[in-house]
Design a protein around this ligand. Structure first.
Ligand code: IPM
Ligand code: MN
Length: 350
């Protein structure tokens, strides 16, 4: 019996999470998985009402669940950064979810802005370090509000943190067993401290994996190759900031935020799964947002829990819907409402 904490969050989060849970219920019934949901109302509304973002008591409870299913974080009336740092990043950091796993896969029938590329060409996975780098929030203002002002933002990269991330990436590449190719993405020509360490750690660890081919690409060139030759990539590993940026690009080439899912993973602890698009305030409550990203996130959650059969069923059902039903993946243009898309996936499971 799994215990799943559900955090629908802000904006369209609750709408897409509802569809994810609908699909989860359906696949659980088919495969005999048993789970219980614990709902949490964390997010902008609660913060506005009570000033609470993530109470310690809730954090303690979240440490005891099997997985967390998250909708979206970000509220138009709350200053940017407050919920992101106080909720999303705090969960990632406190629960030591040191991996952010983001598959970039073009499903059949999905439009990609890259001309002449097909599903066989766009199928790679980004392993983003999720606990360090520029995200540690270290820095200072010097001479604030003067013409001499300087803002310092530190990127902290520990050998231990890098090694944990790389170990996951190598093991993932091996398990994925597609091209057995792992690419380190960095900026060794400029960030001569941070990526010097990354590169040394990457090369050292490659000795443990003779079957895995390794290569290196600068992050700017990676953006170029992701558009020009996405078929070159199998698994990419990179730091937190670069991973954030290249996975938005990745989301676009796989058809947009409507389909892009991610997992914040602590392989020895509690992991959290989310559609990577934001809270989309302008579509909130309209029943037009695409729930497939949230549904795919539920699939990733099952896979991480070791429920591979159920995860595969969800992915197959999603592919059937993209291939045969939806006109587009964009909000309002799917030819179906949010809840109808959830129903289509449930139908395709049968
Ligand atoms: C993401 C988001 C977050 C990030 C924001 C909301 C803090 O962009 O999950 O990619 O930068 O990691
Ligand atoms: Mn991002």
């Amino acid at each position: 019996m799994y215990k799943i904490a559900v955090l629908p969050g802000d904006g369209t989060g609750p709408e897409v999470v509802d569809e994810g849970l609908k699909v989860l219920d359906a696949v659980a019934e088919k495969t005999g998985i048993k789970y219980e949901k614990v709902m949490y109302d964390l997010g902008g509304e609660r913060y506005k009402k009570t000033g609470e973002i993530l109470p310690d008591s809730v954090l303690e409870e979240l440490k005891t669940v099997d997985a967390i299913y998250l909708g979206a974080v970000g509220h138009p009336d709350v200053k940017p950064g407050i919920l992101e740092k106080g909720l999303l990043l705090k969960l990632r950091f406190t629960l030591e979810q040191y991996i952010n796993l983001r598959p970039v896969k073009l499903y059949p029938g999905v439009w990609t802005p890259i001309k002449d590329k097909e599903p066989k060409d766009i199928d790679f996975v980004v392993v983003r370090e999720n606990n360090e780098g520029l995200y540690v929030g270290e820095g200072e203002f010097i001479n604030k509000n003067t013409p001499e002002e300087i803002a310092v933002q530190v990127s902290r990269n520990s050998r231990r943190g890098i090694d944990k991330c790389l170990r996951y990436a190598y093991e993932y590449t091996k398990k994925r067993n597609k091209n057995n190719n792992l690419t380190l993405v960095g900026k060794t020509n400029v960030l001569t401290y941070a990526f010097d360490l990354w590169e040394r750690a990457f090369n050292d660890m490659s000795k443990d994996y003779p079957q895995i081919k390794t290569d290196y690409a600068h992050v700017d060139a990676t953006c170029m190759w992701m558009i020009k030759n996405p078929e070159w990539f199998d698994v990419l590993v990179t730091d937190n900031m670069f991973g954030d940026i290249i996975t938005d690009l990745g989301a676009m080439i796989q058809g947009g935020m409507g389909i892009a899912a991610g997992g914040n993973i602590n392989p020895d602890g509690v992991s959290m799964f989310e559609p990577i698009g934001g809270s989309a305030p302008k579509y909130t409550g309209k029943n037009v947002i695409n729930p497939l990203a949230a549904i795919c996130a539920a699939g990733m959650m099952l896979e991480t829990l070791g429920e591979n059969e159920a995860a595969e069923k969800i992915e197959k059902a999603v592919m059937e819907v993209t291939a045969n039903k939806l006109k587009s993946l964009s909000a309002g243009k799917m030819g179906y409402s949010t809840s109808e898309v959830g129903d289509l996936v449930v139908e395709a499971l049968k």
